[in-house]
Design a protein around this ligand. Sequence first.
Ligand code: OAD
Length: 251
Amino acid sequence: MNDTRTPLDLRDSDLIVMTGAGVSAESGIPTFRDGNGLWEQHRVEDVASPEGFASDPVLVWKFYSLRREAAKQCAPNAGHRAIAAIERRLGDRFLLATQNVDGLHRVAGSERVVELHGNLFTSRCDRGCSAPFADEQTYFAKSRGELPRCRCGGAIRPHIVWFGEMLFPEDLQRVEAFFDRAERHGRRLVYLAAGTSGVVWPAAGMVQRARAAGGDTVLVNLEAPANVHAFDRVALGKSGEVLPQLLGVEV
Ligand code: OAD
């Protein structure tokens, strides 16, 4: 395990980047497991589980409305911009998988993005129907306490993967297809994780998937997380400072 910020050699390589809450920390969005953790005032199961939504949907919508309002005030930082810049260079040899729901990667210009845990600014009918609805309706704080309802009678819920829920199979398939393609074509693969504590599955296990595909594994994080030994190379520091150096891009 080396600690170095020397730029990665990405010539003839496929690059998959996995990000977590730490990448948005410098944009002002609190991470989950630090002292100011987002869940501090609420038990996770009350605001981020299907059972919590069933028992108190008003609380859940208030919580997500506040998170939406807060995230809207935030802008991408140099880490997000570095990831978008390397995508422009690599094109289809690049994929970003993020656990973040704040949408900042897209704002920064990332296009090949898989949002594994959903998106804060998207809502959906909890019965799975695809009837359209006005998004303002889902801003609970603005709707005077009326819970957003779908025209089919279902409840509108945030498009977030809650605790106890499965990730969307099509999202996992997109990630798997990227690993698989590199493996089948014998291409050099680089797996770069940034700003994630490596404790939430299945995202945390992707470093092992990358190793199985013969990939070089690199971690950028403020501190050494639980799964640090799974990485070939570790650069400790703020992602907004380290990522531009490591990816060799101007931001
Ligand atoms: P965590 O809050 O668990 O971890 C964030 C990591 O980022 C920590 O290891 C910090 O040390 C590191 N960090 C903080 N600031 C940083 C900075 N400026 N630069 C680099 N690293 C920094 O967040 P995640 O790993 O994303 O799931 O958590 C994974 C999932 O747990 C979340 O997506 C969420 C939560 O339960 C769902 O909501 C489904």
